[in-house]
Design a protein around this ligand. Structure first.
Ligand code: ADP
Ligand code: MG
Length: 329
């Protein structure tokens, strides 16, 4: 038999990946598909299983069930062949505070049996340059800001050419300036052709830097795809502003639409905001927005505002995870 043609090339693929801690399934049958070349956001609230999943991917913990392929190779069986092509930042590396940034990288590089010593100096310089730390190369790490330490951690992951970078919450604990620095760095890493897998509990961050995302909730993967696909999974809805909310709700119900009252209605001078999900335009039971307006007006409803809205990625994520996301920065 001839080998089947490869489907979309995946840099990371997990199948039924699970990890149990006592009674708790911290990672519950996770099937991740991370396309080559993507900047893939691994999004989920704190405690949803992101770090555990990353540790399983890298062979830092053993799964209770399921399997992982990194760069097409089975883990942890091919660990020694694969890891040299993977740069990782998981729980910031421990740097020697009394050594300079450059000296720390020299030490880490010297501990890596897969890289040539002859090119060490040049590789350390280029990694520092890549993360914008050339000016601080000779400064002791204890004088580094948190953002600089985090960038040094990323430089450490970049000491050799990498096909895949796995960064666990690289902006966690950083001030706004450090956060901006690390985000723009992550974006530029992907521009060099590496696949970047980056976890975050911040939706806004993933929207800013990623092409794809997966959403974790309580150990389960609840959605994944391009950001566009994830948005489209959310339904469109209509928004009606009217002082005749009761009549309007009846009219919508006759059209097969179930309305809910929005919050903060008092702000509209006696009018209320009604929301109703709009069935798929092409599907069964499709209702054109203009037909809704016509029916409302015909029933004597004073329509002061009307709009069709796409549900935002945030609404969708909140609906999927049952949690709000910190919407900051
Ligand atoms: N070594 C461990 N022993 C026991 N429980 C753990 C361990 N590591 C993580 N957990 C639990 O697994 C769940 C997922 O944790 P984690 O993967 O760190 O989530 P996240 O990175 O999304 O914040 C949490 O409830 C956490 O307490
Ligand atoms: Mg974590």
């Amino acid at each position: 038999m001839t080998a089947a043609a490869p489907a979309t090339e995946l840099s990371i693929e997990t199948t039924g990946l699970s990890k149990r801690f006592g009674h708790q399934l911290a990672v519950d049958s996770v099937d991740l598909a991370v396309p080559k070349g993507s900047v893939f956001g691994f999004l989920g609230p704190n405690g949803s299983g992101k770090t555990t999943t990353i540790r399983l991917m890298l062979g830092l913990a053993a799964p209770t069930g399921g399997s992982v392929r990194l760069l097409g190779e089975e883990m942890p069986r091919q660990l020694h062949g694969v890891l040299p092509r993977v740069g990782a930042l998981v729980e910031g590396p421990a740097f020697y505070p009394f050594l300079s940034g450059a000296a720390n990288l020299h030490r880490f590089d010297a501990a890596d049996p897969h890289v040539p010593a002859a090119t060490r100096k040049a590789r350390v310089q280029s990694a520092l340059d890549r993360v914008g730390l050339t000016h601080a190369a000779d400064k002791k790490v204890r004088a580094y800001s948190l953002g600089m330490k985090q960038r040094l951690g990323i430089a450490n992951a970049l000491l050799a050419p990498r096909d895949l970078l796995i960064l666990d919450e690289p902006t966690n604990g950083l001030d706004p300036q450090g956060t901006r620095e690390v985000r723009s760095l992550v974006r530029s890493l992907a521009a060099d052709g590496a696949t970047v897998f980056v976890s975050s509990h911040l939706l806004a961050e993933v929207e800013q830097i990623c092409t794809h995302a997966a959403i974790m909730s309580a150990g389960r993967l609840v959605a994944q795809g391009t950001l566009e696909e994830l948005r489209q999974g959310g339904q469109a809805r209509i928004r009606v502003l009217t002082p005749d909310a009761g009549t309007a709700a009846d009219v919508l119900a006759r059209l097969g639409l179930s309305a809910a009252t929005g919050s903060g209605s008092a702000a509209y001078g006696g009018a209320e905001v009604l929301y109703a999900p709009l069935p798929e335009a092409a599907g069964n039971g499709a209702v054109a927005p203009e037909a809704v307006v016509a029916a409302l007006v015909a029933a004597g409803v004073r329509v002061r505002g009307f709009a069709t809205e796409q549900v935002s990625l945030e609404d969708r994520f909140v609906a999927l995870t049952g949690e709000g996301f910190d919407v900051v920065q």
